[in-house]
Design a protein around this ligand. Structure first.
Ligand code: ADP
Ligand code: MG
Length: 355
């Protein structure tokens, strides 16, 4: 029988000996104590993951869920140009799952194996959290605290007319993975295939942690966001916050190979990939002068980087949308589609948008 206190003690034991010079007191007291430092700023973010809304237990091993719970918040810190350093994790555990029984002990051992592997990879220390029970579904609240150099945080509101728009990696693999999962595909960790890559992109995303913090440290971007709600919708967030319009190029926008598994035809593949969410790539705008440096950082981080468009003035267009598509010289507005928790149709319970 595992009590709440033993459950926390296990987490505490796992979190012990996390090397972190700015952590004065971690798990175990009423609050953690962090050391403040001159010359840097603190970034704080939180993501709520609700079973059957943001994830389904049937789709993935708990290890991958633990990874993803931290990955989504590390991605937000990377998108600010900072580096995650501390995390907090709050769990609402369904009574029916009987956290006290052996099965869920194994579940959380696995969950924390995934969580701590990613935390250790990026030098993040788990410093606290909370546990309660829920009547029904598992809920996971993931908080990350990070740092950036003072004045160097990269906001959504900084895009300037004349900026080029860049994207790491490619979009659409995660949405393709979700579509395959809904259609019945399941993970086989031993199998190497495009299909398995798609499932993995959705269930075990790799946040662009190193790239984001280098961009911040070097002051290379005017604006940045992580692609969590769909490329077009996230680009629209930058445009709205910055008071500008974006034109993206159909041929220059990298669509993940995995999208070919679900849409063969280029137009529908493009629409699917740019409105599907949860790619966790970074989307940024920067002056064209810094392009060589940006590509150097991408190479250093072993990431692909593509220049996909440009920022133009909002008043030079009668567009109904802040995001326009250039296809072979013909420019037309794109409708903004992406996931909205409050507008998702009943039955569509996942974060990634599906047409
Ligand atoms: P309190 O009742 O004072 O809020 P708790 O018993 O909830 O204290 O927590 C005791 C300690 O364990 C605190 O340091 C808290 O941050 C930590 N803790 C509780 N739940 C978790 C969790 N899910 N993950 C990490 N640390 C946790
Ligand atoms: Mg207390």
């Amino acid at each position: 029988m595992l009590s709440e206190f033993n459950f926390i003690k296990r987490i505490r034991d796992r979190a012990a000996n996390q090397p972190s010079p700015d952590l004065l007191l971690g798990i175990g007291d009423d609050a953690a104590i962090l050391r403040e430092r001159e010359g840097r700023e603190t970034l704080v973010t939180v993501d709520l993951l609700v079973e059957d809304v943001d994830f389904k237990l049937a789709y993935a091993a708990p290890r991958w869920l633990g990874h993803k719970a931290l990955a989504v918040s590390l991605s937000d810190i990377a998108a600010m140009g900072g580096a995650g350093r501390f995390s907090l994790l709050t769990l609402g555990i369904p009574r029916q799952s009987q956290i006290f029984n052996l099965k869920s002990e194994i579940f959380f051992d696995e969950f924390f194996a995934g969580y701590f592997a990613l935390a250790e990879q990026h030098g993040v220390a788990l410093i606290g959290g909370d546990v309660s029970s829920t009547p029904d579904r598992l809920t996971i609240d993931s908080i990350v605290i990070g740092h950036c150099q003072a004045g160097r945080a990269v906001r959504r509101s900084g895009a300037r007319v004349g900026d080029a728009i860049y994207l790491t990696g490619a979009v659409g693999a995660s949405a393709a993975g979700l579509k395959l999962l809904i259609e019945g595909a399941r993970v086989d960790e031993g199998e190497e295939s495009l299909r398995q890559n798609a499932l993995r992109a959705h269930l075990r995303p790799e946040p662009r942690v190193e790239f984001g913090s280098q961009i911040g440290d070097l002051g290379l971007a005017h604006s940045m966001i992580d692609v969590s709600d769909g490329l077009i919708q996230d680009l629209a967030h930058i445009c709205e916050a910055s008071g500008v319009v974006a034109i993206i190029d159909f041929d220059a926008t990298p669509i993940a190979d995995e999208v070919g598994l679900v849409f063969a035809e280029p137009e529908s593949a493009f629409e699917f990939a740019t409105s599907g969410g949860e790619d966790f790539e970074l989307l940024l705008t920067a002056s064209g002068d810094t392009e060589a440096k940006l590509f150097e950082v991408a190479v250093d981080c072993k990431l692909k980087l593509a220049r996909i468009g440009e920022i133009v003035p909002a008043d030079q267009t009668l567009a109904s949308s802040p995001v326009l598509l250039n296809r072979g010289g013909v420019i037309k507005p794109l409708s903004i589609r992406g996931f909205d928790h409050f507008r998702a149709p009943a039955g569509l319970t996942h974060r990634s948008a599906l047409p």
